[in-house]
Design a protein around this ligand. Structure first.
Ligand SMILES: [Mg+2]
Length: 373
């Protein structure tokens, strides 16, 4: 608790241009991602920032998340004490069903305020930094594979060793050709991972994935539809390669169902799955079942990456790296005041108060397409 009160809520719909088209099993991103930013002002002169990265292939949509923040969460937080994060998030849970990304954006802004008010980084509010840097994964999803091979070689020289190939968008033969090319072109110590984004049919998923295993992926992510935990469990039993649940693991209850059915070997956590505290609950359920977690994301910009970085820093069980590459390698321009911290192929955990880097409001204005005060 504190004597600080929230005095303003501003919601921004932001269109961020990207450097290349990307295809994955659940859809295509052409020239930009559209995310929501939220700014919470306080009577202490401290502003907190949050981001909701929205995707039509995850529950909800951009405009729904914007409405959740503007119409439903605004009255909950106006005048509220930003230190009462659990209480505010419980009210948000009752106010709007789902809207996990909007809730994540709200919670992120609250944590940013508390960290700034106490003069400490957000990871210190979550138990402190267990790790100071996080291995970074880059996703191979450009339809022009040659361009991504060149990119991967450049990133390898920067110290990156993890590459996640998006499969399922162009058919099995093409997937195998891409994996063969990557194994031939990239250094032998590259940690290659595969993400289907639900693209495979259940009936022939296992033989197709056995073909993919020949390329020694570290894990295979979400091969089949979000609702087919039964098939996920069969695949997990049938393959030697660990299977990761992403879209199927959105909540602590989902994690419990996965643990009970042993429907995955790994769970992908994302701050957009309801916020940092919810991620910790998912990870706790997974940990109890002996399931490690990985730091996925949903095309957040640098601001969302910062929240992901703090929660992974403070959570030992999220041990398989992160994919916070957008701000550095995918967006034409990020909107943080300083670059998102990546060096030596690893994300560096910020040590400055709050989320650690301020939003550049001039850049934010440049990319804002709608603003609700
Ligand atoms: Mg995924």
């Amino acid at each position: 608790m504190s004597d600080i009160a929230i005095t303003g809520v501003t919601v921004f719909k932001v269109r961020l241009p990207v450097v290349s088209e990307r295809r994955q099993g659940s859809g295509i991103t052409k020239d930009a991602v559209t995310n929501i930013f939220v700014k919470l002002d306080t009577d202490a002169g401290i502003a907190g920032w949050g981001e909701a990265a929205t995707s039509a292939t995850f529950p909800g949509g951009t405009e729904a998340h914007m409405a959740a923040l503007h119409i439903y969460f605004r009255p909950l937080v106006m005048g509220a004490d930003p230190f009462r994060i659990e209480a505010i998030m419980e009210q948000a849970e009752r106010a709007v069903v789902h809207a996990a990304e909007a809730k994540a954006g709200l919670e992120m802004a609250l944590f940013d305020i508390v960290g700034k008010a106490l003069g400490t980084p957000v990871c210190n509010l979550l138990g402190g930094a267990y790790r100071d840097e996080i291995p970074l994964s880059f996703s191979i999803a450009n339809p022009d594979l040659g361009a991504d091979v060149e990119m991967a070689k450049r990133l390898y020289d920067d110290g990156l060793r993890i590459f996640k190939v998006k499969t399922g968008a162009a058919g099995h033969t093409e997937d195998l050709r891409r994996l063969e090319t990557l194994r031939a072109e990239l250094a032998p110590d590259v940690d290659l991972r595969v993400d289907y984004n639900q693209a495979l049919d259940v009936f022939d998923a296992i033989p197709k994935l056995r073909d993919v295993e020949a390329f020694r992926p570290t894990f295979i992510e979400q091969p089949v539809n979000i609702d087919r935990l039964d098939a996920m469990a069969e695949i997990t039993r049938a393959l030697d390669t660990p299977i990761m649940a992403d879209e199927s693991a959105f909540s602590p209850a989902d994690a419990l169902a996965i643990a009970r059915q042993r429907a995955a070997d790994i769970i992908s956590i994302k701050v957009m799955k309801g916020g940092m505290l919810n991620v910790r609950r998912i990870s706790a359920v997974a940990q109890a079942a002996g399931i490690p977690c990985y730091g996925g994301d949903m095309a957040e910009s640098g601001l969302g990456h910062l929240a992901g970085t703090h929660v992974i820093a403070a959570t030992p069980n999220i041990s398989l790296g992160c994919e916070f590459y957008q701000a550095t390698y995918y967006l034409k321009e990020d909107i943080l005041a300083q670059p998102f911290p990546v060096s030596g192929g690893k994300v560096q955990v910020p040590t400055t108060p709050g989320l650690g880097i301020e939003v550049d409001e001039d850049k934010l204005a440049k990319y804002t397409v709608e603003r609700l005060d």
